[in-house]
Design a protein around this ligand. Structure first.
Ligand SMILES: Cc1cc2nc3c(=O)[nH]c(=O)nc-3n(C[C@H](O)[C@H](O)[C@H](O)COP(=O)(O)O)c2cc1C
Ligand SMILES: CCCCCCC(=O)C(=O)O
Length: 331
């Protein structure tokens, strides 16, 4: 791992309450998928192309993936993350510990709102209005969570709710601010997505797609983009690594909408591999939390800077362009 990211992770572990460290770090079940998300990148190699004479794009094809409860990591919470994001799109969790309006006000770049559709569509619609009023540029509907993942680390610690003084602020005055007021429901369906499209003009993304047929359905239901994700190994410990699920989804979508990958991205090389396999961009989850816990806004900025620097270096080494024919299995 890049020594800066390793240092930020180690510092985060040292400063965080172990219960909160385990909430951030942990996965579902035996944590097979959690480990495989990172291991999948190590199974692949890139065959660089030479003498292409391409310049290097200055873009960093990265989004900050939505993660809950940033004030567990640092007192400034999502405000620090938003300030650090700069031009990088921040997908702000519905379960943020700062209200979405304040997150957007602190950001200088685009903020998208991540939504768990609530079984009570009035509550869902009220959340959408909050996101719209705040100035969010898109809605990211997380679809991989019909029920909560069972996280053994949290169960062992008895971690069920936020400490006093912290709350799921976007739920305030809607359904109460306690975590248990955010509901996940197996009754949520494509019909709910259609209803969302009726109540907002914001572009709708779906996050948590692994099956290519679901990606096709998502396109048919008019989504603006698809996030291939297994929720950082936190939902079902039987699924493939996100990276392994990516190519089939890219093929199924066939360029009709962008496909973003998240899960296990830890370096510029990982970003390059995902892009070569057809992702338009990648999402970063835990490394942002480690940066935030270690050093607040500055820590998150360092994470993004390291990834940008590494990615540009790899891109230059590969001739400025990444395509699937450049990806081979590592023997
Ligand atoms: C502590 C934690 C909280 C998360 N909270 C949310 C959330 O509120 N909404 C959501 O859609 N995904 C959530 N995720 C999943 C992330 O958006 C993302 O899919 C995952 O972290 C990517 O994997 P990575 O951590 O290996 O980069 C969470 C992940 C973690 C680790
Ligand atoms: C009841 C808490 C809802 C927040 C969910 C956060 C999340 O998605 C996670 O993986 O943790």
């Amino acid at each position: 791992m890049n020594p800066v990211l390793a240092e930020l992770h180690d510092k985060a572990r040292a400063v965080l309450d172990p219960v909160h460290y385990d909430f951030f770090a942990g996965g579902v079940g035996d944590e097979v998928v959690l480990a495989d998300n990172e291991a999948a990148f190590r199974r692949l190699a890139l065959l660089p192309r030479v003498l292409r004479g391409n310049g290097i794009s200055q873009d960093l094809p990265v989004l900050i993936s939505p993660t809950a409860f940033h004030r567990l990591a640092h007192p400034d919470g999502e405000l620090a993350t938003a300030r650090a994001a700069g031009g990088t799109t921040l997908v702000s969790s519905m379960a943020s510990t700062v209200p979405i309006a304040e997150v957007v006000a602190a950001a200088t770049g685009p903020v998208w709102f991540q939504l768990y559709v609530q079984p009570d569509m009035d509550v869902t619609e009220a959340l959408v209005r909050r996101a719209e009023r705040a100035g969010c540029a898109a809605l990211v509907v997380t679809v991989d969570s019909p029920v909560f993942g069972r996280h053994r680390r949290d169960i062992a610690h008895g971690f069920h709710d936020l400490p006093a003084g912290l709350a799921a602020e976007n739920m305030r005055d809607l359904a109460g601010v306690a975590l248990r007021n955010i509901e996940m429901s197996p009754a949520v369906s494509w019909e709910h997505l259609d209803r969302l499209r009726d109540v907002t003009t914001l572009p709708l993304w779906v996050k948590g797609v692994l099956h290519p047929q679901d990606a096709v359905l998502a396109v048919g239901h008019g989504v603006a983009g698809v996030v291939v994700s297994n929720h950082g190994g936190r939902q079902l410990d039987l699924v493939p690594a996100s990276l392994d699920a990516l190519p089939a989804v890219v093929d199924a979508v066939a360029g009709r909408v962008p496909v973003v990958l998240d899960g296990g991205v830890r370096s510029g090389g990982d970003i390059a591999l995902a892009l070569a396999l057809g992702a338009s961009a990648v999402g970063i989850g835990r490394p942002v939390l480690w940066g935030l816990a270690a050093d607040g806004e500055q820590g998150v900025r360092r994470v993004l800077d390291v990834l940008r620097d590494e990615y540009r270096h790899v891109l230059a080494m590969c001739g400025g362009e990444l395509t699937r024919d450049m990806v081979v299995a590592r023997c």
